[in-house]
Ligand binder design. Structure first.
Ligand SMILES: O=c1[nH]c(=O)c2[nH]c(=O)[nH]c2[nH]1
Length: 351
């Protein structure tokens, strides 16, 4: 019998009686997942009226800046764009006009500002995401899982006359990201990442001995520009609030250390650099070095588009060499670009 979709709101207990949780994270399908693609929690699927139903709601791009001031006049600032997604028991709102279990997305937005205000000490983007996720999951009965994603802009302190400025900042290019998932059961996942980290080297890169067939035109080379915009995402092995390091600077320092390992591996030593036989090889070295250096990281995913700098050769019938390429003049292009990505995780990783 079709009880639902009658047009009349039904009491909430009715829906709850007809909801059946069909997938838990222990199900066999739940185990088929690619490492370091941070999956939606699987415990949100219910059967409504004979159909699988999954829902979540939240607020995206809540922008907030927080300033901390020391007595000595030094200021610190962070600028965050926050996304919140709640997995909550509010099916009634989808199948009737009963909104009583909905945490309004406007409330979520206000909570971001209220919680930023509560951070009286300088707070890392990861700690703020954990703070928010904990709040939503524990404050609301109907919320089973909270997913918080935040991107932090890189406001860097400027130096004037060689001296760090007390309250002057300039914007760097890359973003520091985090994703925190916190479930009612207490299970926690913390990931961090970097977006838009543009790296380029003018030599020590080549691409040879690749597969050739009748469609292949690309010449082999041992001398080219290697340019990319790195996106990195790594997952920490902490799986409950008790595991999270208590020291305030932990996540920010680890982020800076991971970024340094990625960048140093890409470039190699300052004088001679390191030869890259392909983007794939360099990406793998970068991921491997992150896992070997940071035991607390269980998996890492890297995306490194190959942003081509094409050799410029211009000639006409009359003038064989208006511009002759001698590893000097290039046409930079990002369309089309190669797309290269890979994940590396420990055997023990829970991903
Ligand atoms: O480092 C590279 N990897 C590729 O897969 C590829 N493909 C291509 O055309 N140039 C390159 N370079």
């Amino acid at each position: 019998m079709n009880f639902l979709f009658t047009g009349k709101p039904l009491p909430l207990f009715f829906y709850k009686d007809h909801l059946q949780i069909i997938a838990k994270s222990t199900s066999s399908t739940a185990k088929i997942r690619s490492p370091a693609t941070f999956m939606a929690p699987e415990d949100a699927v219910v059967v409504v009226n004979g159909l699988n139903f999954e829902q979540r709601h939240g607020k995206e791009r809540v922008r907030v800046a927080r300033v901390w001031r020391t007595k000595g006049g030094r200021h610190f600032i962070v600028e965050w764009s926050v996304g919140i997604s709640l997995l909550s028991d509010c099916v009634a709102a989808y199948v009737s006009d009963d909104n009583s279990d909905i945490v309004a997305t406007d409330t979520m937005k206000n909570t971001v500002y209220a919680k930023a205000k509560e951070c009286s000490d300088q707070t890392s983007v990861e700690d703020f995401a954990i703070f928010l996720a904990k709040h939503f999951t524990l404050y609301y009965n109907q919320v089973t899982t909270t997913i918080v994603k935040i991107a932090e802009k890189s406001w860097e302190r400027v130096s004037v006359n060689g001296q760090p400025h007390n309250h002057g900042f300039k914007l760097g290019s890359e973003k520091h990201t985090t994703e925190v998932i916190f479930k009612k059961s207490g299970v926690l996942q913390v990931s961090s990442g970097i977006e838009e980290l543009s790296l380029l080297k003018t030599t020590q890169s080549g691409f040879e001995r690749f597969h050739r067939d009748k469609y292949t035109a690309l010449p082999e080379t041992r001398e080219r520009i290697l340019a990319t915009e790195v996106s990195a995402l790594w997952r920490y092995s902490f799986d409950s609030l008790y595991d999270i390091p208590k020291n305030q600077g932990y996540f920010t320092e680890t982020y800076l250390d991971v970024k340094k390992v990625l960048v140093d591996t890409f470039f190699g030593p300052p004088k001679e650099g390191v030869y890259s036989p392909s983007v794939q090889y360099t990406l793998y070295e970068m991921a491997k070095n992150v896992l070997s250096r940071f035991q607390v990281i269980s998996s890492v995913k890297l995306k490194m588009p190959n942003l081509h700098f094409l050799p410029v050769n211009i000639s006409t019938k009359d003038n064989q060499s208006i511009v002759k390429f001698e590893d000097d003049v290039y046409l930079p292009t990002d369309e089309p670009h190669g797309s290269i990505e890979a994940s590396l995780s420990r055997f023990s990783s829970k991903l």
